[in-house]
Design a protein around this ligand. Structure first.
Ligand code: PLP
Length: 387
């Protein structure tokens, strides 16, 4: 029998795309826990603790987490199916590819969607948000905290202040798939209504878990719907009693949870919320690693997509290829140096840039030297491709 101290994952290229990201041996080993009954007392405790620790990560006392088998995309479906009734108005603040997809998802469930699009490399300005909110009443307003296609970080706190001031009845929904764990999010202090994310990025867990955290105000809005929810699997009418039961320690069943993955998520949450570094230090480590990587890129003459360093994500970096070079010149060189990075994603400039993820254990565990490796591989790959 292997113990957690002995377990070492197989050698592999360093996974530094903007998610999924590297997972520690401890978290991966937790996934190898014997598969248990989803209604066993031990598992109920692990699930209940995972719900409670999810609240800690977002600094919320009473918001309701939903931990459901699925990916980040299931979070969009949950919002669209449970919080918006067909024909209701939604405003999407769009800072890249993932804003388009969220809008598409909302429309799929019958929402009437308006979008305010940011210029490439920028987030939507407060004045444009204010103008849109004054022009129409919206049931929900959504924005992408870090758009993984552009690496643009939106100012969540200020957006929340603007929405509260101009349209206090609108529910504020944050797509935080690429920011939970790597960027500060103060759910209660900022008055957020939904933060949706997934296991595979800043939460340093393998992919497969949709994590959605919902304010009590939004739960009330859901409970006072006038028409039934239009999703079977994603309906909070089915999941809410299950989440409450898990937290209260009682067995219940709607659809089988991914028991092994929940063990993994639990192990990662223990590291994030109960071990050093603290959450605040974790965010600082992400900022420092990000600055180092971005400074190295600048030294090499590379330009980032975010126009203003204040609006550049701390868990990832987007860089234009040097003039005359493309993905085929750069990505294989990173691979030769032992790293997996990602190409572009945003239509129109897809071929012109690449993306590096630096989230979770890669920046938090300095013994791994991942950040040094990223910088080293970046220098070598760019210099070799240019020569
Ligand atoms: C900002 C953002 N939103 C949503 C998603 C969709 O998540 P998933 O691919 O886990 O379904 C992603 C995926 O990268 C993302 O980065």
């Amino acid at each position: 029998m292997t113990t957690s101290d002995e377990f070492k994952q197989a050698p592999h290229k360093l996974l530094v795309i903007p998610g999924p990201v590297e997972v520690s041996d401890e978290v991966l080993f937790a996934n190898a826990h014997p598969t248990v009954s989803h209604t066993s007392a031990d598992f109920i405790k692990v699930f209940g603790d995972s719900i409670r620790m999810t609240r800690e990560v977002l600094f919320t006392k009473d918001a309701q987490p939903f931990l459901i088998s699925g990916s980040g995309t299931l979070g969009w479906d949950q919002v669209a199916a449970n919080l918006v009734e067909p024909g209701e108005e939604a405003l999407v603040l769009n800072s890249g590819y993932f804003g388009d997809s969220f809008a598409d998802c909302l429309q799929t469930y019958g929402a009437k969607v308006d979008q305010v699009r940011a210029d490439l490399g920028a987030s939507v300005s407060q004045s444009e948000i204010e103008k849109a909110l004054k022009a129409k009443k919206y049931k929900i307003v959504t924005f992408t905290h870090v758009d993984t296609s552009t690496g643009v970080l939106s100012d969540a706190k200020t957006i929340a202040e603007t929405v509260k001031r101009v349209s206090p009845d609108s529910l504020l929904v944050v797509d935080a798939v690429c920011s939970v764990g790597s960027e500060e999010i103060r759910f209660d202090d900022w008055g957020l209504d939904v933060v949706l994310t997934a296991s595979q990025k800043g939460l340093s867990t393998p992919p497969g878990l949709s994590i959605v955290v919902v304010s009590q105000r939004a739960i009330k809005a859901f409970e006072s719907r006038s028409v039934p929810v239009t999703s079977y699997y994603g309906g909070w009418n089915r999941w809410l009693p299950i989440m409450r039961n898990y937290e209260n320690g009682s067995p219940s069943y709607f659809a089988t949870p991914p028991v092994n993955l929940v063990h993994s998520y639990h192990a990662s949450l223990l590291q994030i919320t109960k071990a050093a570094p603290s959450l605040e230090e974790r965010f600082k480590l992400h900022r420092e690693a990000s600055q180092r990587i971005k400074a190295a890129a600048t030294e090499l003459g590379l330009k980032q997509i975010p126009l203003d360093p204040a609006y550049a994500a701390n868990g990832m970096t987007t860089l234009y290829f040097p003039e005359g070079l493309g993905a085929a010149d750069i990505l294989p060189r990173f691979a030769q140096h032992g790293l997996v990075i990602a190409g572009g994603l945003l239509a129109g400039i897809k071929e012109k840039y690449f993306r590096i993820g630096h989230m979770g254990v890669t920046v938090v565990d300095s013994r791994r030297n991942d950040v040094d490796e990223i910088i080293e591989a970046l220098r070598k790959s760019i210099n070799e491709a240019k020569s």
